[in-house]
Design a protein around this ligand. Sequence first.
Ligand SMILES: NC(=O)c1ccc[n+]([C@@H]2O[C@H](COP(=O)([O-])OP(=O)(O)OC[C@H]3O[C@@H](n4cnc5c(N)ncnc54)[C@H](OP(=O)(O)O)[C@@H]3O)[C@@H](O)[C@H]2O)c1
Length: 307
Amino acid sequence: MTAPGTQAAYRTDDPPAAPASGPKIVVTGATGAVGRHVARLLAQRGTERPGLFVRDPDKAAALGLPGPAVRGDYADRELLRRALDGADAVFVVTANPLRPEDDENILAAARAAGVRHAVKLSWCGVADPGADDLVARWNRRSEEVLRDSGLSWTVLRIRTPMSNALAWAPSIRERGVVRALGGASRTACVDPRDVAAVAVAALTEPRHAGRTYALAGPEALSPREQTAVLAEVLGRRLEFEEITEEEARAGWSRRYGERIAEALVAGARRRAGGAAAARDEGTLAELLGRRPGTFTEWTTDHVGEFS
Ligand SMILES: NC(=O)c1ccc[n+]([C@@H]2O[C@H](COP(=O)([O-])OP(=O)(O)OC[C@H]3O[C@@H](n4cnc5c(N)ncnc54)[C@H](OP(=O)(O)O)[C@@H]3O)[C@@H](O)[C@H]2O)c1
């Protein structure tokens, strides 16, 4: 494996390479935080044929994702099977803890379509014995479904993607304010482009079969510290406002419903106790063959979205 160097993360504005005739790799969750970069990286490599499974083709188009895309929902196993037909590998991203059947549907369809290998996006909290909320139990169960699927598999457990900071973009643009729960709680957030690079390796290189990787970022930052980085990179004054647990719960309930909101509050309490602060100690750097991206670098590449 190459020693960690200083090579920068790939840039999302690189032009895609010419379409190739290599093995087909289907990317589910292709409009998501990591999936979009997996789709772009595969297109840039030009040695595999990416096939995307999306539920909103307009969103995929707005993100400039390379086609072809099949439009569908994880509830439709037959459509999933057709999208996976002829594929060698699949990137599995599910996002709804109230729909545990989504993973089963994707993997049953993959098995029926003759797919060889599945790479699953999961969460570092799975390995935390103190995490017993809905999100933790769902991710644990989803990993079990993968390991029992009969397919060759790789699990990528990640810490919070740096792109979660985009949720602050509207209030930064409008009022120069970041509002969050747990302003002092540090998380070793990870650049989703780095996770995508590992996903592409796991989708294309047999040596990652049967492996579970924990992918954290190179520094543990609190929301207050992230706000300071944003202010520095954006070159403007930003305020951080701590919100109460009740405010956070109410906001998450409106967006995701009460059961998921309760799990997110439980996660925030664990982060306050330091549960998410363990930084990458070499795993991500070794898998990438270079140093992982920092939050300063991620922010520098996303200035336009905060301005
Ligand atoms: N976000 C975090 O803070 C975080 C932190 C650590 C680990 N994780 C883990 O990462 C995994 C992904 O979670 P996420 O919420 O972060 O994902 P995400 O980036 O929001 O991506 C989810 C993707 O799945 C698609 N999708 C969701 N439901 C679908 C359905 N029924 N049919 C078809 N497509 C569907 C979404 O499509 P649309 O674009 O149309 O919605 C999107 O492309 C989970 O296992 C999570 O636990 C997340």
